[in-house]
Design a protein around this ligand. Sequence first.
Ligand code: PMP
Length: 455
Amino acid sequence: MNTHLAKKFISIDRDFIWHPYTQMKDFEHKDPLFVERGEGVFLYDVYGKAYYDTISSWWCIVHGHNHPHIKEAITRQINILDQVHFAGTTHEPAIRVAELLREFVPKRLSRIFFSDNGSTAVEVALKMAVQYWHHAGFSEKNTFVSLEYGYHGDTIGAMSLGGVPQFKGPFDALTFDSIRLPAPYCYRCPMGQEKGECDIDCLNPLEDILKEKRDQIAGIILEPLLMGAGGMLVYPETYLKRLEALIKDKEIFLIFDEVATGFARTGEMFAFMKAGVIPDFLCISKGLTGGILPLGATLTTEDVFNSFYAEYIEGKTFYHGHTFTANPLSTAAARASLELFKLNPIVESVKAKELILQNSVKAFMDFPFVGDIRGIGMVWAFELVKDKETKTPFPTEFRAGWKVYQEGLKHGLILRPLGDVTYLFLPQCITKRQIEDCLQRLWTTFEACKKTFSS
Ligand code: PMP
């Protein structure tokens, strides 16, 4: 596209469009990245410049952009059935994807409820859990335990359980309370302990909570092993094991939000599999379609399903549904994506790539402003600090993460940060050579930032 036309489009964007998670005033000084097409792990802007899709287009791309198998599935499906309501109807793509997904999850998760994004997959789990206890005669079990720095989506219910203060600020009056546990933020341990040398003491408060409030708790929700939006906080598998032991036989649902961690991003098909702790509810989305079309799903147990299974007049119907629930195109894409998981050793390849990343990123600790490096599978994060010794953050107005992002764009990386956490959330399909190239570019980016950061 020529520059004149591109500028014209950008000015229409600036005049009319409001972008998510964006301070629109930033566009006064900086044009948005004007993306034209995607291929594999690359996005290309309208001027033809290639960028690694370093954050997998908001944590969803799995097999790469424009994948022929997924593209063909969607194209085939659009000629047959594009959209239909999912109440009282069904269709082959939904059935096929459910049948396939069953092969990838433990038998205990025997029921699937489709929706159309990650927040709704979470809302469904919350509502099912509360309604289940209501059916059982325990209507007072309607509170959830959630984590500081947790993130479960931007709808009011999912946001109520989120623990990232800046996302919630003005909405206090609208959100409902949950019982908060300190986050397993190992670099800044809430219990004052050293990373890797603890007995998961950050779960100690749960013991008292269970003694005092067990009868009010419907469930506990968390992102297993990797808390994404809270700053890519990676925590050990033993956390999940201790949690499971603490709530065993306490009649509290365990809800895992694997919207971001699912589909091999962490080195197992689902992160909970690394710990061998199976939840009562599993919320998935993003990578379910390979990241190509919107779809969400909530998986749960036969016990939960049976609680809703009754004559219509008994009022146990689950009154929840979205227009695009199980959309035929999205489910066709999801089926194609899961077929690729069956055809290719993706989980194994992520394990191998995790080792490469783990070894290579260590060198970045030499940068004076890198305070912590943490990672799992395809996700590696760098917490940028003003003072490494004291772990003092940069002042907010310095916008260190944002500066790295701007510099990264010059080197073909899209390093959209979480505050001052710069991270790679790489597509599972990236090759080893591409990983090396990415890290080389990241090094160059950090080198270029070194001067501004130390002055
Ligand atoms: N849960 C988690 C763990 C997420 O990371 C996200 C999205 N980043 C969501 C829920 C919400 O998903 P969506 O944006 O599709 O509503």
